[in-house]
Design a binder for this molecule. Structure first.
Ligand code: ZN
Length: 486
């Protein structure tokens, strides 16, 4: 039994509700405020005036991919072709080089061949859907390609080349990933990893071991390509790891805005195409497979036409009562689609940080700009809307997401200002339960809820907008255990 005292615990039941002390036992809150006197604690933890919230969640990310990003060359600070190539040249040490954060500025295989003809150089585009590679990498896979710029489907064979690594290396990177998440106050994630690395089972074993060693709750999305592995997996059934759960099959309905492959209602400006989609029929085939295995779908959906079709299919094949599907991103929408989603069992995994990364750049893609990241509209219509970083795409620091959800301001311009959230709503994106398992109470500080807390040194609900980004995580607590302390 542990008494957590000397703090302000925001319950997140409403903007004002808070308590001053909390008693926990066996990973659950058993008493709050004056009622803690009914118990004799074994341990007392002083929060030193900190401000505690229900544990912060990142509802869509890539745990291993994020860990891996620390060990790649990151070129995101370099906007010009010349500078990127220089940076690669300086960091190439005659062995395979992986590069992240590359905004496609037209580098080709010829440019990379000048740096190396006998080692792989592979650039992952910043949207993670495409690669640029040198001739050596192309030859290794027996692929002929004019430019070496592999977009969407063409890029898929290079996934393995990107991902393959020793078990030991992947463990090290996963550990680094979890430690960093704890530093950002993250206690729980929904993560998509199982299909990209050496094998489904190897990846699952790594995540199982690492989350057990270093508690982090993780719901593992099952990419449809490994659904069979998952269904026939005996290891999973004997894992007995309280921090791991499953529930959704991951599928990509469309592409991304920066690759102009997000599937749009109107065509892209100055171009007569609408982007790419997997097609409703293919999607429904996977949806039916998921339903057969009592799983929901977690579908990557960026364009407004993609969103419309996905929602139609969900309507056609609804999950069983009490279950939800997830729509990852839901970047573009219109009122008609939002109305359609209103009473449906859907969880939206949105990334507020995309507002600052994408705007105003992507506005040039449209003749008429649709509703873009319409967070307020989603929330006002009662659709379950939760926050995430899609790390390694964005830094999984919730404070960055909270700040931009509130301001939607970039270089003194506010984009679609009616979609700004209040501070409370912005924080709630990260505390709200994004799993909705009726057997586990999450998302509030109250009796019966999980003993997961994120403690800050500043009052996030009351501090100025400017101070938000100076706030620091003082302590991260998962399952009653302090996993990080400043
Ligand atoms: Zn993702």
């Amino acid at each position: 039994m542990k008494l957590w005292k000397n703090g302000t615990f925001y319950t997140m039941l409403n903007p004002k509700s808070h308590v001053n002390q909390v008693m926990t036992h066996d990973g659950v809150i058993i008493a709050i405020d004056e009622d803690v006197k009914l118990y004799e604690p074994l341990e007392m933890i002083d929060l030193k005036g900190g401000f505690a919230f229900p544990g912060f969640n990142d509802n869509h990310m890539h745990l291993l991919g994020y860990g891996k990003s620390f060990f790649c060359l990151n070129v995101h600070m370099n906007p010009s072709k010349h500078e990127v190539l220089n940076q690669i040249k300086q960091n190439f040490h005659n062995e395979l080089l992986r590069v992240v954060g590359y905004l496609n500025v037209g580098i080709t295989k010829e440019d990379l061949d000048l740096i190396s003809k006998d080692q792989v150089i592979i650039l992952r585009h910043n949207d993670f859907h495409s690669f640029t590679v040198n001739s050596y990498a192309l030859n290794l896979l027996g692929i002929h390609h004019e430019t070496g710029m592999m977009i969407e489907l063409e890029a898929q064979p290079f996934e393995k080349l990107w991902a393959q690594e020793s078990d030991e290396a992947l463990r090290l990177k996963t550990k680094k990933s979890i430690e960093t998440l704890h530093q950002f106050g993250i206690t729980s994630i929904v993560t998509d990893d199982l299909s990209y690395y050496n094998s489904y089972l190897d990846t699952l074993k790594i995540i199982n071991d690492m989350t057990r060693e270093n508690p982090l709750r993780a719901n593992l999305l099952v990419h449809h390509q490994v659904l069979n592995d998952y269904v026939n997996d005996l290891y999973r059934q004997h894992m007995d790891n309280p921090y791991l759960s499953f529930g959704w099959v991951k599928v990509f309905y469309d592409g991304t805005l920066s690759s102009k492959t997000a599937y749009l209602i109107d065509s892209y400006k100055h171009e007569n195409h609408h982007g790419y989609s997997m097609g409703q029929e293919n999607f429904e085939f996977i949806l039916i497979q998921a339903r057969k295995n009592n799983l929901g779908i977690a579908v990557h959906t960026i364009g407004d036409q993609a969103l419309k079709e996905v929602v139609e299919s969900f309507k056609k094949y609804p999950p069983e009562k009490g279950f939800y599907d997830r729509i990852i991103h839901a970047s573009l929408a219109n009122e008609e689609i939002i109305n359609m989603m209103k009473y449906m069992p859907i969880i939206l995994d949105i990334q507020s940080q995309f507002i600052s990364s994408d705007l105003p750049r992507v506005l040039d893609l449209f003749d008429d700009v649709p509703m873009i990241y319409p967070l307020k509209s989603y929330i006002e219509q009662g659709i379950v809307t939760v926050g995430s970083s899609d790390a390694p795409i964005e830094i999984p620091n919730p404070l960055l997401g909270i700040a931009i959800s509130e301001s939607r301001e970039i270089n003194h311009v506010i984009y679609q200002k009616d979609e700004r959230l209040s501070r409370y709503e912005s924080i709630k994106l990260y505390t709200k339960d994004g799993i909705l398992n009726p057997e586990v109470k999450r998302g509030h500080i109250d009796v019966g809820y999980l003993a997961d807390f994120t403690v800050f040194d500043k009052d996030l609900l009351k501090c100025s907008h400017k101070d938000l980004l100076d706030a620091e995580v003082y302590m991260t607590i998962v399952d009653e255990k302090i996993v990080y302390q400043k």
